[in-house]
Structures are given as C-alpha cells and as structure tokens.
Design a binder for this molecule. Structure first.
Ligand SMILES: Nc1ncnc2c1ncn2[C@@H]1O[C@H](COP(=O)(O)OP(=O)(O)OP(=O)(O)O)[C@@H](O)[C@H]1O
Length: 737
C-alpha cells in the first residue's frame, strides 16, 4: 500500500472537488493500480517522478512518486483543472536542496515571463504565483537601486550567505536582498510555504544565519546514490514537516483535506513546535511564547503523543478556566477523535478540566478522608466542603472590622492576594506562624503590628467561612493539594503526566495541587505560559512550590495568528512594563509573525454614543464583504459594556450575541469581555472601551504609588495585549478621550 505524503495545498478547492479528491487519495493509498485512477507520468516532464491522477473528468491531482525502501510513496502537490494540472506537472521538480538537505519543489518558469533568462529557470514555489514575484521587472529594480539600503543588507546579510549557508534559491535570495523593509520581506515569505517561508521570516526579524542554521537543523544533503531514498530522508527531517506530512491513515487524510488552511496546525508543525511535542524531559518543562505562537497547539499534540506512546497512561490536561479547558478538549478531539478522554482523575486516558474543577474532584473523591487535609490547611475540622465563599466576602470583612490598617492593605485585592500567595501555600494556621513567615515577591512590606492586624482580618474571614460551611477557591485547591501530598506517608499520585496551559494565571495553591498530582520524574509536568498574558492573580515563582525547571525552558517566537502589523501594535501596549516569568527572570519579547495585513485602525471617539456608532460602522463594512458574523468580535472591559454593545448593534439591525460561559456559536457577531476572549481568535476585532495609554498611566500614578497599583497596571496592559492579539486579520481600537 502506498504511503501518502501531503503538502500544504496551494489551491483552494470547493466542496464537491474536495470530496472527489478525498476519494481519489483514499483509493490511491489503498492501491495505486486501481483502474480509473489513471496515475500517469507526463511526457517530457522536467522530473521523471511527477505523475498526474484522475480526480474526475475535469480535475487532475499533481504528485511525485518515490520508490524508496522498497515502498511506494506519493507526495501530493495539489489538484487543478485538467489542462492547468498537466502544464504544472510538466514543469515541476522535487529535489533535495543540496545546501540544507531539505526537500524543495521547484517550478520551471515559462520563458516569456523572464528577461534574459536561461532556457529553463527554476523558482521554488508552492503557490505557483506569477514568476514576476521572483524576478522584479527592470523598472522596479531601478527604483530599488535609488531607494534606501535594503533591510537584509542593513542587517549584515549577503546574498552569498543566504544561498550558500541557508540554501535559499538564488532568485528568492535576490528578491529578499532587494526588499527595503521588514514588511516587504514578510510579504515575500508569505509566498513560500515551509522552511523557505520560515527562514525569510527569521531573516526579516533579525535572526543571524547561525541561529537559523541551528533552528532548522541545517545539514548537507545526504548522497546515498539512491535519489528516492535521499528524498524520503529529507522529507522526514523536522524542518520539512512544516510543509510535508506523512499521512498515517485514511481518517487523518480526510481531516487534512477537509480542514484546509485552518486545520494546518494539526498537520504541519514548526520544527520548534515538533521538538517540544516529541522530546522527553527529565522533569518539569516550561514552554513560554507570546500570544498566538502555538503553545496550545504544542500542548494538544504532546498530549496525543504521550497517549500514543503509553496507552493506559493517566494524562491530565488543565488550565485556568473551564472555558479554556473546553477549548483544549475540542482541540484534542479535533486533532484525533480517537483520543481516549478520561472521565475522572486517576483513570487511563486524558482528563481535561479547569484546575479548580480538579481540586473539587479530589475533594469529592476523598469523602470523609479530607478532614485531615482541612486541618493541615485551616486548622479546623469541617464536614461539608461543597459551599463556595461569595466573592465579596473580603470586602464585607474589611467593612465590618474597624481596622487600623492603611487602605492599600485593608482592601479585598491585597488581602485575597496575601491569603492566596502567602498564608495558604505556607499552611499558616496561627498568628504566630504568620508573624514569622517570609513573604517573598509581595511588594508591600508589613511590620509586626500590620501583620497582627492583617491576621485579625484573616481570622475573621476564616471564622465566617466556617460558620457558613464554605471554602474559597484558593482554600479548596490547597486542601486538595494537602490531601494528595500525604496519605499517611505515601503521596497519592493520580496522574502520570500533567500538561498545563496558561500557566501564568495559576496561583501557588494550583501549583501545589499539580505538583502533588504527579510523581517527580520524567515528563511529569509540561507548562505552557506567557507572562505577558497574566490577567488573573499575582505573579508566582515555580521553584517555591517544588517545581524545579532548572534549564528545561524554551520559548516559541513565531506568531501564527496575528499579522505583523497587529502584533506590533499589541507589543507597544506592553512597552515600559516590566514582566517577570515563572522562574523570576525578565520576560523577553521579540515575537515575529509570518502574516502580513492592514495596519490596525485607532479611532478616537468623544462619547459612548460615538463609540457604538463607530463600532457598528466597521462591522457593517465587514459584513457587507461577506465576512461570517461569528468571525467578528467586539471585546469590552465588563459585562455591562458587553450588553450595551449587543443592544446598540441590534438597534442598527446587526445580529449580535453576548458570550458568557457558553460557547460562542455561529451566525451572529460576538460580543464578550476581554477576559472571556482569552485563548480565542477572530478574523476581525473591535476593541471598545479603551482609554488613551497616557491617561491610564496618569491614573495609576495619581493613586498611591504602591506595589499593588503597579501590579494592577501591569495586569491591565496584559489584558489589552491579550485582547489585541485575538485578531487574526483586522484590528480596530476605539479610544475614548
Ligand atoms: N504549525 C502551525 N501551522 C499553522 N497554524 C498554526 C500552527 N501553530 C499554531 N497555529 C495557529 O496559530 C493560532 C494560535 O495557536 P495557539 O492557540 O496554539 O497559540 P497560543 O500560543 O496558545 O496562543 P495564546 O497564548 O494567545 O492563547 C491558532 O489559530 C493555531 O491554529
């Protein structure tokens, strides 16, 4: 049975042709001699491996046949109308790039399109666009000569280095060296799939040749004397798999064809992503990366890889909110509908739920056995642990107590943070213990008298919770962690591997729980996080909670979601803020995007009415261009604003839907809070309720300039960064003066 190797298809097919292409490929993968497939070579083709196959009367598949290792393989290049397919097939060649050892599909350029060209000229091209993109016409070249010094030259690169060290085809290297700015190189990158496009993005955004050589694992092409064998080796290289994928079975084939470009994440991973999916680590591993760099994609692929390697393994995939956990579950079943989903902790398969739900599950399953853990954490004994403390309780406690504490301490934000990050994780049960505990990372200093006063509030808080038979979320996770940590002397490990998304938002208690779920050792914890996106809770240093990363951390830098233009805007929101990662090191930026689009539109509006009218105007414009409504989102700061936007859009005849805990759904424009939009993405985004950045800072400075206020300012920037990076294509920012 032949093996099918899919490439990212350059041509979009409509539904009926897609179905026929699927049938064709299914038959081909079962038996390439099946009558009716008409797998045929092309007379006088440039590459003797090229074949066409009959999809239906009008369409032909273009592919390459390789006979390595005594097996037949077909590299599927695409499907075109009959005559076009024959013409394309005649001028294609699949080869191993001699410099970098990676597979390359070249197309002979028709003579008429090139001035003074050799009889046959090759360009690397999987989009099969006009060859003029590669050889600029003379008038363009003349303009370029007098224009500013080209970008890559300014960055110290030369044509020789691109060609001789990276293996960039000469024509593409010429075009890249002539491009005057980053956008021009990025546009060139967009025309080239796979390793070539990735290299151009790296060059445009300032990477050195050495960095690219290492990232792409470039090495000279092997030469065994068997060209087909060498091609197969090349196709299996990690960097090749950003463009070529060995299809394992018919179900996978169907998903690749049906999903088109939106499903590319399932098949074509960046070499760095693939590495973190497959590699085994001797302990906790941390994968950081900006919004849209594919951290969740890696996590989902890794869960599948672990489940396949170890059938029966107990894998936990978790994140901060239930909505995000739902998205992880959807992603995993989309990737592989056969993945075993566990319906409870400690059972084989992948258990996917929010981290607080994990804690609730542990407590439920423990039954009466939980009482010792409650005593360890809270110093008392409780029977009923199902009630949850209302969110306003800290405020009520402060209001009721006649405390002498200053307002920057006697407020619900400070007290909740002190409780969650100091008191609970240290299992503090008495005033005496609190007076002695270290408070690393807490910005506001507390002398002995203040600590006593804080403890009085904590004691009142705990007393009220005990009377009401309630635990707050932080107490529940800490109790669950304490329960797992010690069952007598033996910890209860309910998982073999734990995968965490959005790690930056988790609290110390969450980390203690996750640490306790799995025994320390190989592939125990895999943590995806982005400190710039921390919008809940206080900053955490993992090492303080038994999670020692020690050198096992890496960063993804290529943004797949957001255009370079929108990404630049989002990065400016973070400028000036100082962010530390989960290992207490400064977080870096330096993200790049492989996609280019229009610059974000920032509109200053004078009133709420003007803001709503402007939002509606943009949305009407997009809808009139047939943008599916559910790919448009308006992101706002709170639920009140959300509901107001929905009503205002409805008044103008635009169907809109307020998204809360439920799934977004289709058919209407989506309106939601920026918090709710975390982890989601849309084609077009309107950010409403924004204020001018300077006035935010002024407001922050005018309050007490304490650590909590600065922290709140950082979180606010992060929220806007999260919101701005939800836009795949177009971003509109409505700024109120
Ligand atoms: N290898 C890939 N090929 C194509 N698309 C990809 C690839 N990796 C990721 N993407 C796409 O990029 C987008 C962002 O991916 P993902 O959600 O994994 O990023 P993230 O780093 O988790 O983002 P965030 O932190 O903002 O939630 C998704 O649309 C995903 O499908």
């Amino acid at each position: 049975m032949p093996t099918i190797i899919m490439t990212r298809w350059p041509v979009k097919l409509d539904g009926s042709v897609k179905a026929k292409a699927m049938t064709f490929l299914q038959k081909l993968s079962a038996d390439d001699t099946t009558p009716g497939l008409h797998v045929e070579p092309i007379r006088q083709s440039v590459d003797s491996r090229v074949r066409t196959g009959r999809v239906d009367d009008s369409y032909r598949a273009v592919m390459f046949r390789l006979d390595g290792s005594g097996e037949t393989h077909y590299v599927i290049h695409g499907v075109w109308q009959h005559d076009e397919a024959i013409a394309i097939a005649g001028r294609l060649r699949l080869k191993v790039n001699p410099v970098n050892g990676l597979p390359q599909i070249e197309e002979a350029t028709p003579l008429s399109a090139v001035t003074q060209a050799p009889a046959v000229q090759f360009s690397v091209d999987s989009t099969l666009t006009a060859p003029t993109a590669i050889a600029p016409p003379p008038d363009v070249a003349a303009v370029q000569a007098v224009a500013a010094q080209p970008l890559l030259e300014r960055l110290g690169h030369s044509r020789e280095a691109l060609v001789d060290r990276l293996g960039v085809p000469a024509a593409v290297a010429d075009a890249a060296m002539a491009a005057t700015d980053e956008d021009a190189v990025l546009q060139l990158a967009q025309r080239h799939e796979g390793w070539l496009g990735l290299m151009l993005v790296d060059l445009a955004t300032g990477d050195s040749i050495e960095t690219i050589v290492a990232r792409m694992e470039i090495e000279e092409a092997p030469d065994t004397g068997d060209e087909d064998e060498d091609l197969l080796t090349s196709l299996k290289r990690s960097a090749a798999q950003a463009q070529f994928s060995f299809i394992e079975d018919q179900e996978e084939l169907r998903r690749v064809i049906e999903s088109g470009d939106f499903g590319a994440w399932r098949i074509f991973l960046h070499p760095a992503q693939r590495r973190y999916v497959e590699k085994s680590f001797s302990g906790p591993f941390r994968l950081s990366g900006g919004a849209g760099t594919g951290k969740t994609v890696v996590l989902v692929h890794r869960a599948r890889a672990l489940a396949r390697q170890e059938p029966g393994a107990r894998i936990v995939m978790t994140t901060f909110t239930t909505n995000l956990a739902d998205a992880l579950r959807d992603g995993l079943t989309e990737l592989d509908p056969r993945m075993p989903i566990a319906d409870g902790l400690g059972r084989p398969g992948v258990r996917i739920c929010g981290v607080d739900a994990l804690a609730a599950e542990v407590i439920r399953a423990a039954g009466a056995g939980i009482s010792e853990a409650v005593h360890t954490v809270l110093g008392d004994v409780r029977n009923d642990l199902t009630g949850r403390v209302p969110s306003a309780r800290w405020r009520a406690i402060v209001d009721a107590a006649h405390t002498t504490l200053p307002t920057e301490v006697a407020n619900d934000t400070f007290l909740a943070a002190e409780y969650t990050t100091v008191i609970l994780p240290n299992r503090i049960r008495t005033e005496d213990e609190y007076l002695r505990v270290r408070r690393p990372g807490r910005g506001t200093a507390l002398d002995r008298a203040k600590r006593r006063a804080v403890w009085a509030l904590v004691a009142a808080y705990r007393a009220q919770n005990r009377i009401d038979g309630q635990l707050d979320f932080a107490e529940a996770v800490t109790v669950a962690a304490a329960y797992l940590e010690s069952a007598g002397t033996t910890p209860r490990h309910l998982a073999d591997h734990v995968l965490v998304d959005e790690g930056q938002d988790l609290s110390p208690g969450h980390w203690q729980l996750l640490r306790a779920l799995v025994a320390p050792g190989k592939d125990d914890l895999f943590i995806a996080e982005d400190s710039h996106q921390r919008i809940y809770g206080a900053r955490v240093v993992l090492g303080r909670y038994g999670i020692r990363i020690v050198g096992r951390s890496q960063r993804l830098t290529l943004n797949y979601r957001t255009t370079a233009q929108n990404l630049r805007y989002a990065m400016t929101v973070l400028e000036g803020g100082s962010y530390l990662d989960l290992e207490d090191n400064p977080e870096s930026t330096g993200y790049r995007s492989a996609r280019s689009g229009p610059a974000p539109t920032v509109v200053d509006v004078a009133s709420i009415g003007a803001e709503l009218a402007t939002a509606a105007k943009f949305i009407e414009g997009w809808l009139s261009q047939n943008t599916p409504p559910e790919t448009i989102a308006v992101l706002v700061r709170d639920r009140y604003q959300r509901d107001r936007v929905v009503v205002a859009l409805a008044d103008r005849g635009i169907g809109a839907r307020a998204v809360d805990r439920d799934r977004p759904g289709v058919g209407r424009v989506l309106v939601m809070t920026m918090h709710r939009a975390k982890g989601l993405e849309f084609s077009k985004v309107v950010l409403a309720g924004m204020v001018e950045p300077e006035s935010t800072r002024r407001a922050a400075g005018s309050e007490a300039d304490d650590a909590e206020t600065l922290e709140a300012e950082l979180r606010d920037r992060s929220l806007i960064y999260v919101a701005a990076t939800r836009a795949r294509d177009e971003l509109v920012v409505l700024r109120r003066r």
